[in-house]
Design a protein around this ligand. Structure first.
Ligand code: VGL
Ligand code: ZN
Length: 204
């Protein structure tokens, strides 16, 4: 059984947002069309407390897009974004969220960031999504959303490790691209065995 995984289509990742993904909101009409073709819809929501450790503003002498060493490895530092309860953390109003059955919030622990919707960035702390999907008999996840080279990529890599067939809908994702991170993400996902598909293959 298949499900649609909609990653982080929130104002802060869209045009004018704090961490805008270039052309991020242009995928929304395609995502809305895909929603009609799935019975199970899972959404993720980046959901940080103020002063989150992934914010450059939480570190002395650091700028957005610098990196810092955390207990769990290297962490990119971001502009403050998707702060719990803020407008930027809300789903974009053009996105049809009515059919979403579960919303996985991530990044809510101050000391750990979470790109993947399966595990936080320590690669150990589970979100519970695996259990939810397995109990519902889901075998195939079709992934769309933002950003290809961070939350989409890590969700796909972890999803494969968790035993799911992970598909990426190429025309329904957009990336940030820091120093070639977008090409690298595609290479990593393909090497790991992601199945690349186009929205028209699903919609036709
Ligand atoms: C994301 C950076 C920081 C994402 C979230 O959704 O890809 N990227 N937080
Ligand atoms: Zn974030």
């Amino acid at each position: 059984m298949k499900a649609l995984l909609i990653v982080d289509i929130q104002y802060d990742f869209c045009q004018g947002g704090a961490l805008a993904v270039p052309d991020g909101d242009t995928i929304i009409p395609t995502v809305n069309k895909l929603i009609d073709h799935f019975d199970v819809i899972v959404q993720t929501q980046d959901w940080h407390p103020e002063g989150h450790s992934s914010f450059a503003s939480s570190h002395q002498d650091k700028e957005p897009f610098d990196t810092v060493e955390m207990d769990y490895g290297t962490q990119v530092l971001w502009p403050d974004h998707c702060v719990q309860g803020s407008k930027g953390a809300e789903f974009h109003e053009d996105l049809n969220t009515l059919k979403s059955q579960v919303i996985i919030r991530k990044g809510f622990r101050r000391a750990i960031d979470s790109y993947s919707t399966f595990f936080e960035n320590d690669q150990k702390t589970a979100t519970g999504l695996t259990g939810y999907l397995k109990q519902r008999g889901i075998t195939d996840l079709y992934t769309v959303g933002l950003a290809t080279d961070f939350c989409v990529k890590w969700s796909i890599l972890d999803g494969i490790d968790e035993g799911f067939n992970m598909h990426i809908v190429e025309d329904a994702v957009k990336g940030i691209d820091l120093d070639g991170s977008l090409d690298e993400a595609w290479d990593e996902m393909k090497k790991k065995g992601v199945k690349v598909t186009q929205s028209e293959d699903i919609l036709s």
